[in-house]
Design a protein. Structure first.
Length: 81
């Protein structure tokens, strides 16, 4: 996870790319096939059999969400009308 001093759009995008790669590996490994993004956690809970992988899946989900929100806030703060 990035430190507060490292929160730039470029660094956030790079971090999100790394998170996406790791997340896709877990999705493929466990064949997670949720119909919607709202279903992914229950599907993951059911299909991910290794507790460490499930914990990592949740961590990646949370990190991605936090970084996505940080990127949105930075973009809004730097956009001029």
């Amino acid at each position: 996870m990035l430190s507060t001093d490292d929160l730039t759009i470029t660094k956030i995008r790079k971090e999100l790319d790394l998170i996406s790669v790791e997340m896709m590996q877990l999705i493929q490994k466990y064949k997670l096939d949720a119909a919607t993004s709202m279903d992914i956690i229950p599907v993951a809970k059911q299909k991910i059999t290794n507790p460490k992988d499930y914990t990592r899946f949740l961590e990646l989900s949370l990190e991605g969400r936090i970084l996505g929100e940080a990127a949105t806030a930075l973009e809004k703060a730097t956009v001029t009308d």
